[in-house]
Design a binder for this molecule. Structure first.
Ligand SMILES: Nc1ncnc2c1ncn2[C@@H]1O[C@H](COP(=O)(O)OP(=O)(O)OP(=O)(O)O)[C@@H](O)[C@H]1O
Length: 373
């Protein structure tokens, strides 16, 4: 299947989804114009390449163009679709080789692990363990914190067996670059097993906010002050909403990260975060901007009444397509009463999933999936 990488969002997500689904289905792909809508010429970056190489090793794929900055990639998986044991013959560590996003590599490899691997005979119980080394907190990607607080609980809600993410070390793309690591423990589906169609609806009222801040410790008082004000603006006046706050030392004055998660009475979790990436003259002022921005964005997310936030919506598309039957995600309503429009990332994910899995989507968060062969 030929895939033009400049389509819609035209970034790395298109490459990751196409690649993950190609490895899973053994459908050969050729991607051209890779990251064609990104500045500085696009092409493959380390983060994408590390996923390409790892998956190629797992499914014995032949490759063309798997090089730094390459604008095309041929990926031809072996047609032997028997599942294999991941920790016997395959590497259980992926090193991005910089502070590229661990969460994005995880996004690329998860479908393959869930449906094509078996825990090995190496005494690891019934789980597959993969360690990814790179950035845990990098801009424009799911942070370790978002993965643990929003992504994994949501995947569990749609019927994916519990996945554990343990933080080995933080890795940062702001301040001095630092390489971190996360170990994922994943229970694959049993052979012949499949993901049932799911229906995420009835979000219900928000009953709790969970705040995770990674900041210099001497900024904590200012952070808590700003947070209390922000939460007052976010909550309905008459509602009783719990607040759970955790603050971690970031180890550097230019490293400020904040994730705010809203938890609903029916167990949905919507999040917004920001790894502060503006120039910092005064950490207190920066913290104030950080908290205001994140609470403002989360308020917009909560207003639509849907069950997922913008990022989760595009990250669920692959799983909707992989389930056999009709899955729905209540995406909420805009002020004009229409469903919240899909982001370009969501449209792109749907476009790729339609190409490789023949899934059909509508504007209301509905997908008719055909599973995978
Ligand atoms: N703050 C965030 N929290 C959670 N997920 C995020 C966040 N920001 C972005 N994402 C997710 O990260 C992915 C980003 O895809 P994108 O194609 O932009 O990535 P990329 O590989 O970094 O590519 P490029 O460098 O080409 O932008 C999307 O799935 C999006 O939902």
């Amino acid at each position: 299947i030929g895939i033009d990488g400049i389509t819609l969002e035209g970034g790395g997500q298109l490459v990751r989804i196409a690649l993950g689904l190609s490895a899973l289905t053994a459908i050969p792909i050729h991607i051209s114009n890779i990251r064609g809508k990104r500045p500085r010429g696009g092409g493959l970056k380390q983060q994408h390449l590390s996923a390409v190489k790892w998956l190629a090793q797992c499914c014995s794929a032949e490759m063309g163009g798997a090089e730094n900055k390459s604008k095309h990639l041929e990926f031809i998986p072996s047609q032997d679709k028997t599942v294999g044991s991941i920790d016997v013959s395959w590497p259980s560590e992926i090193d991005i080789g910089g502070a590229g996003s661990i969460g994005l590599v995880f996004q690329a490899i998860l479908p393959y692990i869930l449906f094509r691997t078996r825990p090995g005979a190496g005494g690891h119980g019934n789980q597959v363990h993969v360690t990814i080394k790179g950035g845990t907190n990098t801009s424009f990607s799911p942070s370790y914190d978002y993965i643990a607080q929003v992504l994994l609980p949501t995947l569990e809600k749609i019927g994916i067996p519990h996945i554990r993410a343990s933080l080995d070390r933080r890795g940062w793309s702001t301040g001095p670059i630092d390489i971190g690591g996360v170990t994922f423990s994943i229970t694959p589906f049993a052979e012949g097993g499949f993901l049932r169609p799911f229906d995420l609806k009835d979000r219900g009222d928000i009953v709790r906010f969970e705040a995770r801040a990674i900041i210099p410790r001497d900024c904590e008082a200012r952070f808590r002050e700003e947070l209390n004000e922000g939460i007052t603006r976010l909550s309905k006046e008459d509602a009783e909403v719990d607040l759970d706050v955790q603050v971690e030392e970031s180890g550097h004055r230019t490293r400020l990260y904040f994730l705010l998660v809203a938890v609903s009475e029916n167990g949905y979790r919507l999040g917004r975060d920001w790894l502060y990436d503006h120039k910092i003259k005064d950490a207190g002022v920066a913290i104030s901007k950080l908290v205001k921005q994140v609470t403002k964005e989360l308020r917009q997310e909560l207003y639509h009444g849907g069950c997922v936030d913008e990022y989760m919506r595009d990250q669920l598309v692959v799983f909707q397509a992989l389930s056999k039957g009709t899955s729905r995600v209540d995406v909420g309503r805009s002020s004009n009463g229409e469903p919240v429009p899909a982001s370009l990332h969501t449209e792109t994910a749907e476009w790729v999933a339609a190409k490789l899995l023949a899934a059909e989507f509508d504007d209301h968060g509905m997908c008719r999936g055909r599973g995978y062969v």
